[in-house]
Design a protein around this ligand. Sequence first.
Ligand code: NAD
Length: 260
Amino acid sequence: SLKSKTAVVTGSTSGIGLAIARGLARDGANVVINGFGEPDAIEKARAGVESEFGVRAVHSPADMTKPDEIDAMIALAVETFGSVDVLVNNAGIQYVSPIEEFPPAQWEKIIALNLSAVFYAMRAAIPHMKKAGWGRIISTASAHSLVASPFKSAYVAAKHGVAGLTKTAALELATHKITVNCISPGYVWTPLVEAQIPDTMKSRGMTKEQVINDVLLAAQPTKEFVTVDQVAALAVFLCSDAASNVTGANLSMDGGWTAG
Ligand code: NAD
């Protein structure tokens, strides 16, 4: 159990991150929730974690593209709960466009959020984990950390980077009882997936139904979306003692996508 431990989950006001934060709280952890959204919705999610799971939860509004705000988020966790035992790097965005039309500002933002933020959060959290003599670092990578799809250059580059950074950190921390892994989901039905459908319709000249069946689920042999709760269950497992020798791994949960 994660009782009396502290988990920081980036991008946890929505989708996969919120499910992971709730899963870790269910296992007893106090959590720092992070991400954007309507203040009322964020407060509802935060208060829900506290009342449903009997733990404490605070929200950090840190923008993960800004290293100083990442430091402030880790500091908030330490000030509020006394430690950072579990770091889940989950915040991420997508942008769909051919390379020659890909706006450089979008490239920079995706690299900053989906890749560099993982480095900055590790950098800030690792000293606390070393001091405690225990830690778990989990990043939400993607099937796109292993294979590519056209029109997702920045995302695929960033996610491949997360997989490499995960391996490096795992080796550096191997003797400190700190494991470092990434989870690589296929398509999970979340606002992120829903939001990219219009651009994919435009890039490929398809209807919404064609994008869902011929693009998204075409890659996924099970023909089902992964659920956020399934991803959360794997994250909870990675925090357990049973997973103490799982480190440097890139764990696929993609309905068979990357088997093909
Ligand atoms: P989502 O859009 O539902 O949630 C993204 C979260 O990140 C939100 O809480 C949002 O507020 C937060 N966020 C966005 N920009 C931020 C910033 N600058 N600073 C801090 N927080 C920020 O997305 P999701 O589908 O749950 O995706 C979560 C992660 O899972 C991402 O890294 C994504 O790449 C990855 N992933 C998603 C899928 C999928 O199919 N949904 C598949 C593989 C990997």
